[in-house]
Ligand binder design. Structure first.
Ligand code: HEC
Ligand code: HEC
Length: 316
């Protein structure tokens, strides 16, 4: 406990210093900052273990089946490879990308989001329920299709589906995060992890060597030169590439999508200090690496145009 406190202080100080040097707007953070129902995007790793809404300690939840699912959903979200090993061959939890269990601003937050579904999904060209969306994150971001080390026969694999008990529990947790929100009402914090269209650099103009140099400067301390993640106290980032990472059909395998995450979430000790350009160069470097293959890519973007940054898809 003591070591963790020391470590947090150290991380906090380096983070605060860095933000002073690099970003005049973001002053040093003196207390746990909240932005509405979310943890502020300007805080550093000091808030890594904070959950504004934590079902494990929330006394309004009882002993009912639903309350138990909400609690299990939270545990699945924050510790997926342990809670659902049959679906997760890699080392990623949902909360690796949706920081603070989906409760941090500009880190793909999920507060209120359940009330936005069902919604049209461009990749699949059809209406998506929340459970469809969760299954997709399992398939792609968590590489569930890689459980057998590649698809040999469909019968051999246990893939998550819309009514798998794990998917229902995750859905219960995410729906709980939307209690009190109006159906279909747009949320100020949704869709903020984006690089504005006008600041996007054409994919062929991005320089992965520059991205690599920036990665070595700003990311290796925690992610390692091999991108596989270094333990920092009780936290360890998931592999950014290689067999244990997200697969090539994931949202994070798209350059602008990944850049939008990196731009506002990372470096963890100084979020918001990279420029749009730097975030894109780093994303181009990370997504030039080999990662598991999503076997159903040819079924994506059939009715919609293939996005320019889907670099792992064959050109159409
Ligand atoms: C590798 C990073 C990554 C991991 C791991 C991940 N996600 Fe996601 N998730 C994303 C990205 C990126 C998006 C947004 C994609 C886009 O831009 O359309 C997203 C979107 C979502 C959405 C829709 C959000 C919205 O506002 O519409 C939900 C719900 C979701 N994820 C749930 C999960 C769950 C549950 C898990 C774990 C089983 C998970 N995610 C794991 C990256 C990830
Ligand atoms: C101070 C340590 C630290 C630094 C520096 C850092 N990260 Fe991270 N990063 C983490 C941790 C820890 C996580 C996992 C988040 C969690 O579980 O709360 C993470 C998560 C991520 C993720 C989500 C998927 C994953 O691997 O877990 C991406 C992508 C990422 N970092 C990219 C970067 C990039 C690019 C840089 C450099 C610009 C960077 N990070 C710098 C600690 C760091």
């Amino acid at each position: 406990m003591k070591r963790r406190a020391y470590l947090l202080l150290l991380l906090f100080l380096t983070g605060a210093l860095y933000s002073c040097v690099r970003n005049e707007e973001a002053g040093p953070i003196t207390h746990l900052a909240f932005s509405g129902p979310l943890i502020s995007a300007r805080t550093t790793m000091v808030t890594a273990w904070e959950f504004p809404k934590n079902p494990l300690s929330d006394s309004t939840l009882d002993d009912s089946r639903l309350s138990n699912d909400i609690r299990w959903g939270f545990r699945l979200f924050t510790n997926t490879p342990i809670e659902a090993p049959q679906f997760v061959p890699g080392k990623i939890s949902c909360s690796n990308c949706h920081l603070n269990a989906g409760q941090r601003e500009r880190a793909l937050p999920l507060i209120g989001v359940a009330a936005m579904f069902p919604e049209y999904n461009r990749r699949s060209g059809r209406l998506y329920t929340l459970n469809d969306r969760i299954v997709d994150c399992f398939f792609r971001s968590q590489n569930a299709t890689g459980v057998t080390g590649g698809i040999q026969s469909k019968a051999q694999i246990s893939l998550p589906h819309q009514t798998s008990k794990e998917v229902l529990a995750l859905s219960a947790y995410i729906t709980w995060l939307a209690r009190g929100y109006e159906v279909g009402q747009s949320l100020a914090w949704r869709g903020q992890n984006v690089i504005a269209e006008k600041n996007r650099i054409a994919v062929e103009k991005l320089d992965r060597k520059r991205g690599e140099a920036l990665f070595m400067e700003r990311c290796v301390n925690c992610h390692g030169e091999d991108g596989q993640g270094v333990a920092i106290g009780e936290k360890k980032a998931a592999p950014l590439w290689g067999p244990d990472s997200w697969n090539d059909g994931a949202g994070a395998a798209r350059i602008y999508t990944l850049a939008g995450m990196i731009r506002y979430m990372m470096p963890y000790t100084a979020p918001g200090t990279l420029t749009d350009e730097e975030a894109q160069q780093i994303a181009a470097f990370i997504n030039s690496k080999a990662r598991p293959v999503f076997p159903f890519k040819e079924q994506d973007y059939i009715s919609e145009k293939l996005p320019a940054d889907s670099v792992y898809y064959p050109k159409r």
